[in-house]
Design a protein around this ligand. Structure first.
Ligand SMILES: Cc1cc2nc3c(=O)[nH]c(=O)nc-3n(C[C@H](O)[C@H](O)[C@H](O)COP(=O)(O)OP(=O)(O)OC[C@H]3O[C@@H](n4cnc5c(N)ncnc54)[C@H](O)[C@@H]3O)c2cc1C
Length: 432
């Protein structure tokens, strides 16, 4: 086996595999190192693969060939209190058109497929192979040491696509220790249900899918819940801030159990068979928590570079990962052309990221991470909404208030004027 490569990529997740595909197509000698027994073996997420332009450009027919579950046609945002749910449902016929806006997927199947596409184009994939450290030569990163295969792999450029905890970025001195406030914990339960029951219960036909976000189901912890429909199963879970979880003293499965016991969620999961329980960290610090993404001989892509964000409505990670992987690969191609792997040349990667939607969106929503820590967002405001609607709909033989007066009264009662103004400013800065 050749042990000298043009590019070594650590991590066969979406960022690493798409980078490998791009490099292999350019005819380069690329090695993709994965610690799992197969790509995706150690990976989990909520469930929505966003159909991002690079995926379409690199694999235009992916939606016909990839192992996808359902295309997401229905989006629901549900504000929950212990006894009620206020839901906003969005269904769009445009989301019915190929190549679709997004699909639910299982990571073991999707990640394996994506890595196989890179292998088909000539990339070398080494599974069961954990990168343990970086090798430096003349002050620049020039390879990695690995466990599970032969000891060292050397190359001109290393792309660290090794996920949220990125030991490679840490070893290269690109990131400091994590702060709990910048991390989320995702907990997911996969539940088996017959396809016909899913279609009937969620009002879907053929391979249409639903994506439901729950606000208010975290017992006051920062974060939210999710439910995605797969073909013959549903993925139910939640992402909570690591600092909130620690402060609550609860175990992740207890938090998930509370969501599953909610009366509205109970109806959605009724009769389902537990298939798999999983948990994973997620970088949630946003733009301000990003590490340095390049140094001499190395670039960092995807979650490893903190490229993931939520604004409470969207959770985007996989599309940012795939795009950053391709931008890192494009930079590597340029660097190899000129034979210069210095930080100065690799800074092109940062420039490309800055010019892409990735950094633009992360900057736009840079205040959302702080907003998501607002306890009242996940506890009090769903109660205010539900309180307003209950008063609107309940028939009690009492005179009714006009809508604005009713809303003001409920909000002031539950939140208070000072908090309302402070929260309004915080939410406004994050989203408006
Ligand atoms: C609960 C949860 C729900 C989510 N929901 C969504 C969602 O619905 N939509 C969305 O877009 N995003 C979602 N995300 C975020 C998304 O999963 C990530 O942004 C995405 O997986 C990042 O891809 P990546 O390739 O950068 O990293 P990863 O997918 O983490 O891949 C990293 C790879 O590197 C390998 N690896 C790690 N260390 C080493 C090493 N030392 N040597 C060799 N290999 C190594 C790992 O095994 C893994 O295969 C969610 C995340 C969580 C936790």
């Amino acid at each position: 086996m050749a042990k000298y490569f043009d590019v070594i990529i650590v991590g066969a997740g979406p960022a690493g595999s798409l980078a490998a595909l791009k490099l292999a197509r350019a005819g380069l000698n690329v090695c993709l190192v994965e610690r799992g027994q197969y790509p995706g073996a150690k990976n989990m997420f909520g469930g929505l693969l966003h159909n991002t332009p690079v995926l379409n450009e690199m694999l235009p027919d992916f939606w016909e060939r990839a192992p996808l579950e359902r295309h997401v046609y229905k989006k629901v945002l549900a504000f929950m209190t212990p006894e009620s749910a206020v839901s906003l449902t969005f269904e769009n016929e445009n989301f019915e058109q190929p190549p679709y806006n997004g699909h639910t997927v299982f990571r073991p199947a999707f990640d394996s497929w994506l890595a196989a596409e890179a292998v088909r184009e000539g990339a070398l994939l080494l599974c069961d192979c954990t990168a343990e450290d970086i090798i430096k030569k003349d002050g620049r990163v020039a390879g990695v040491t690995v466990k599970g295969r032969e000891g060292t792999l050397r190359g001109n450029i290393v792309i660290a696509a090794d996920g949220v905890l990125s030991f490679m970025a840490e070893k290269a001195g690109l990131r400091k220790d994590f702060k709990a406030k910048n991390m989320g914990v995702g907990i997911k339960l996969l539940l088996g249900l017959p396809e016909a029951t899913i279609n009937e219960r969620f009002h879907l036909v053929r391979d249409e899918g639903a994506d439901i976000s729950f606000v208010g189901t975290t017992g006051g912890m920062g974060g939210g819940g999710f439910l995605y429909t797969n073909r013959e199963s549903i993925s139910v879970g939640m992402v909570v801030h690591l600092d909130s979880l620690k402060a609550s003293g609860k175990a992740p499965y207890e938090v998930l159990d509370e969501l599953l016991q909610h009366p509205q969620v109970r109806k959605l999961v009724k009769g389902a068979v537990p298939l798999e329980y999983s948990a994973h960290l997620i970088p949630e610090g946003g733009f301000t928590a990003m590490p340095q993404v390049y140094t001499d001989g190395m670039m960092v892509a995807g979650d490893a570079a903190g490229l993931c964000y939520t604004n409470g409505i969207n959770l985007e990670g996989i599309n940012l990962s795939m795009t950053s992987g391709v931008l890192a690969a494009e930079t590597a191609i340029k660097a190899l052309e000129v034979g210069d792997y210095s930080a100065r040349t690799l800074s092109l990667y940062k420039k490309k990221l800055d010019e892409s939607f990735i950094i633009k969106d992360m900057k736009t929503f840079k205040n959302a991470a702080g907003m998501m820590h607002l306890e009242r967002l996940s506890r009090t405001y769903p109660q205010v909404l539900a309180g307003i609607l209950e008063k609107l709909y309940r028939v009690e033989g009492m005179p009714r208030s006009k809508l604005l007066r009713l809303a003001r009264k409920e909000a002031l009662k539950e939140v208070g004027l000072k908090n309302l103004i402070a929260d309004g400013i915080k939410i406004g800065r994050a989203l408006l």
